[in-house]
Ligand binder design. Structure first.
Ligand SMILES: [Zn+2]
Length: 311
């Protein structure tokens, strides 16, 4: 009996502490919404390596027309088209904090940004949350990715293409992050508190943030980025191409198997060594999948344009 009361007390005590930690998580600045910058550069870098030279040239010329091209050059400390393409893939995250852009769900439109056909932040394009019966509750990731792909195929004028390319690169990566097709009841893992002994700088975090940060440090660029790409390509083979819908379904299926750590018996779910190793492997696999598929999507969509422009 005594043990029962003690156990019961401990369970309630642990639940209360877990609740407090979850509340604390909600008060942290919302920095984590996507694979971090390293993840997006890795996906873009893998895609770039596989692209044909004419499509690379078309992308490089188009991105030169983007009003933020110079910023990307400054950040990359390079004018290499591959480095610019990698920085451009992070742009949909950067505009979250850029005062020239506006959140269309909460704000009235701001004055247009010269050279851009659209300057809304589109925060709900980065994810989709699904309820336990499989119904999409919020987010527009799959729909917008499909629309943007169609836009590439159409005879789109250069400014719109320059706006769409960073979005496509970014969203193909996002749809491969399992928690971007997450459960609505924990807000895609952002409300799922964890303890992460492998990250001394952030030992308490959310599961979503943990997965976002698996690809590496956000400053990963240059030679280290190239080395990381080579390591990933040595470890993982090219994926089946599939469709946007299949990429989304793959991500969602991973939630049931490898994405969530064990929750029983501890105060907070703790990231264990075996869990961490497996998560790193799955994260690498998803980045390679996204890189190859981004290349495929760009080749398929832009090849007709290349042949039109070289005629
Ligand atoms: Zn994103």
């Amino acid at each position: 009996m005594g043990l029962g009361i003690d156990g019961d007390y401990r369970t309630r005590h642990n639940a209360a502490i877990r609740h407090c930690l979850t509340l604390l998580l909600l008060l942290l600045p919302c920095l984590a919404h996507a694979w971090n910058a390293a993840g997006h550069r890795l996906v873009a870098g893998i895609a770039w390596q596989q692209l044909s030279p004419p499509v690379q040239a078309l992308i490089a010329n188009t991105l030169r027309q983007h009003p933020d091209h110079e910023r990307w050059q400054t950040r990359a400390k390079s004018s290499e088209p591959a480095a610019i393409f990698a920085e451009a893939a992070i742009w949909p995250d950067e505009i979250r904090n850029d005062p020239r852009f506006y959140d269309e769900a909460r704000e009235t439109p701001k004055p247009p940004v010269p050279g851009l056909p659209d300057h809304a932040r589109h925060l709900n394009w980065h994810y989709m949350d699904v309820d336990r019966s499989g119904r999409v509750v919020s987010g527009q990731l799959e729909r917008r990715l499909n629309e943007l792909s169609l836009l590439l195929v159409a005879n789109t004028e250069t400014p719109r293409l320059a706006w769409a390319l960073p979005w496509i690169s970014h969203l193909v990566a996002d749809i491969h992050q399992p928690l971007h097709v997450g459960h609505a009841d924990d807000d895609g893992g952002t409300e799922f508190a964890i303890e992460d002994p492998f990250n001394p700088r952030l030992p308490f975090s959310s599961l979503h943030r943990y997965w976002d940060d698996l690809p590496g440090p956000p400053w990963l660029r240059g030679k280290r980025l190239d080395e990381a790409i080579a390591r990933l390509l040595a470890e993982h083979t090219a994926p089946a191409l599939g469709s946007v819908r299949q990429w989304r379904e793959e991500s969602h299926r991973l939630l049931a198997t490898v994405v969530y750590p064990e929750t029983t018996g501890t105060l907070l779910p703790i990231i264990s060594q075996p869990f961490h190793q497996r998560a790193q492997k799955v994260s690498g696999r998803r980045l390679v999948d996204a890189g190859f598929r981004l290349c495929w999507l760009l080749e398929r969509s832009l090849a007709p344009r290349v042949s039109r422009e070289t005629q």
